[in-house]
Design a protein around this ligand. Structure first.
Ligand code: SF4
Ligand code: FES
Length: 564
């Protein structure tokens, strides 16, 4: 493999790679502002410039490349034998000059800037800048601008790297942003009468290397050094996008993309970025409830579980069937445990997948680009996983693989065939149809209802037993995405008081069904996946193919080098 030497370190490269990509892959520090793996290369910030030497084809003697002028490492392709210095006096002098230039008009507002602590300008000032400013004139002041529903521009912090402009042209394809003016009056703006309002707009905040583009939602919400990060998976849509959840003291503050080249690459949609708010909704259910003389009253988990088992058993004893409707918002492991729990009480129980919300059609950004970023119309993370698990369990029951849809389950409830049902929700917004609520009727006259849900709604109001569940950020498990990826997600924040994972409630039902007051096992998705693989051959991929973490995934550049 051909090699280059960067700051004394010999590195192999793939033909076509630019010097900066090779350095980034090997963790060799070269400062960079305008370069991003997912965007075209413009080489405009000039901080990555290096001194380059090339061996003579005949003698092998090193001579200055391109007459010895400094070259942008983000735009210069590697050639075998190149010797590159970003730490030579000439390269360091350039870094200092660029930093001094960028800081001339930059306000000294780090103490109130959201980006402080994760700002490349701060980091490079420390590593590559001068100790003092020589600028004595008045700084140019630019106004703050409201660019769109999610983004503010603090224009005087901008260093004109144009990452945001390129994103809207190359990735979202919406092209709302432009560079207006020239020289020290140059600034980022939206086209007149247009707002930065596209489904991927939040990505420009991640792209901005300084605090110029800010997330309205996160503005002054938290200092970044207090935040802890947990790797997770999109729990709102079927995309399986890899996300990082930023939280502190049990509260989520923001969600950012994690790079996964086979899924979301560097981006996420605004829906995934901001869709987690229901986790802290005031409508969250908390504390189990049971019915006493027709009125819902608080109960402890043991009593609520015991009465749930008792009520479901009564329904079977009355000659009716049980049913479970597993929400596609739940983890595959939870679907398995819920199916096993209901079959332990009634071997002929019906299994069904809950409503699968679909809004319109899948969208691609930019439109019609086969390599574009896809926003999925299916607004639940695990419809495929839940269905596959229920089918495997049902294949080993008298129903021989039959898994009902939410509508079919509704029909069975209406027909009076079902005497007891476990209904699960966990959707970010109200989910139960009017028909379902009507079919459930009133407690005492309709079927016995055990509800596992997160937000209050007509089904939780109707429930005979209510067991509040956890959102995906408060538990762990795995989802099977529309892209076919089996991915594990970790618990990011502690479960809200009075709630527990639906998988844990299922285990409690199994234990109570086996013996009154039985101690349930602790819900551990890894153990459940092992159990699933032993239970059915077709469930082995849930163990063998599940990806627990994507740390270390190779980042590949997506865009070609462009001429400037
Ligand atoms: S706003 Fe941020 S991303 Fe856009 S050009 Fe300025 S510094 Fe770059
Ligand atoms: S990273 Fe901006 S010029 Fe290379």
């Amino acid at each position: 493999m051909p090699k280059v030497t960067i700051n004394g370190r010999e590195c192999e490269f793939k033909p076509g790679q630019v010097i900066l990509q090779v350095a980034n892959q090997l963790g060799t520090d070269i400062p960079q502002y305008c370069y991003h793996d997912g965007l075209s290369i413009v080489a405009s910030c000039r901080i990555c410039l290096a001194e380059i030497w090339m061996p003579d084809a005949k003698t092998g003697k090193l001579s200055p490349y391109m007459g010895g002028k400094l070259m942008p490492t983000c735009q210069t392709q590697c050639q075998d034998g190149m010797v590159i210095y970003t730490d030579s006096p000439k390269a360091v002098a350039n870094q200092k000059a660029v930093m001094e230039y960028l800081l001339i008009n930059h306000p000294l507002d780090c103490p109130v800037c959201d980006q402080a602590g994760e700002c490349l300008l701060q980091d490079y000032s420390y590593e590559y800048g001068r100790g003092q400013s020589r600028f004595e004139e008045t700084k140019v002041k630019n106004p703050k601008k409201d660019l769109g529903p999610h983004v503010y521009l603090y224009a005087d912090r901008c260093i004109m790297c144009t990452r945001c402009v390129r994103f809207t042209r190359e990735v979202s394809g919406t092209a709302e942003l432009l560079v207006a003016g020239r020289g020290n009056r140059e600034e980022i703006d939206v086209f007149p009468g247009q707002a930065l309002d596209n489904e991927l707009s939040g990505n420009v905040v991640d792209l901005c290397p300084v605090g110029a583009l800010l997330d309205k939602d996160f503005l002054f919400a938290q200092r970044v050094w207090f935040l802890k990060e947990t790797a997770s998976i999109d729990g709102i849509t079927a995309s399986g996008d890899n996300i990082s959840v930023h939280h502190n003291e049990g509260r989520v503050y923001r969600v950012k993309p994690r790079v996964n080249m086979s899924a979301n690459r560097w981006w996420i949609s605004d829906e995934v970025r901001f869709g987690w708010k229901f986790v802290h909704s005031e409508q969250r259910l908390s504390g189990p409830r049971r019915r006493q003389f027709g009125v819902a009253v608080g109960a402890d988990w043991t009593r609520a579980t015991a009465e749930a088992v008792e009520g479901l058993r009564r329904a079977v004893a009355g000659g009716k069937r049980l049913g479970v409707m597993v929400s596609p918002m739940l983890a595959s492991e939870e679907a398995f445990l819920l199916a096993r729990a209901v079959l332990a009480l009634d071997p002929k129980a019906f299994l069904a997948v809950g409503p699968v919300p679909v809004h319109g059609q899948d969208k691609v950004f930019p439109p019609d680009d086969p390599k574009g970023f896809k926003v999925f119309a299916e607004k639940c993370p695990n419809a495929r996983g839940v269905r596959a698990v229920l089918e495997a369990v049902s294949r080993r029951s008298p129903h021989n693989g039959y898994v009902a849809s939410a509508e079919q389950m509704l029909g069975q409830v209406r027909s009076g065939e079902i005497g007891g049902v476990i209904l699960t929700g966990n959707y970010p917004s109200p989910w139960a149809s009017r028909e379902l609520v009507e079919a459930l009727g009133h407690s005492g006259s309709g079927p016995f209802v055990v509800c596992l849900d997160t937000l209050a709604g007509p089904v939780s109001d109707r429930a005979d037993i209510l067991a509040p569940g956890c959102t995906w950020l408060e538990k762990s498990g795995s989802f099977l995405s529309a892209r076919g990826h089996y991915q594990h997600f970790e618990q990011a924040i502690p479960a809200l008081d009075g709630t527990r994972a639906e998988g844990q409630t299922a285990l409690a039902l199994v234990a109570a069904a086996a013996s009154p007051g039985g101690e349930p096992a602790l819900y551990n998705p890894a153990n459940v996946r092992r159990e699933m693989a032993e239970f059915a051959e077709e469930l082995r991929p849930f163990l063998a193919e599940v990806v627990v973490s994507t740390v270390g995934i190779e980042q590949q550049a997506d865009m070609e080098v462009v001429e400037v």
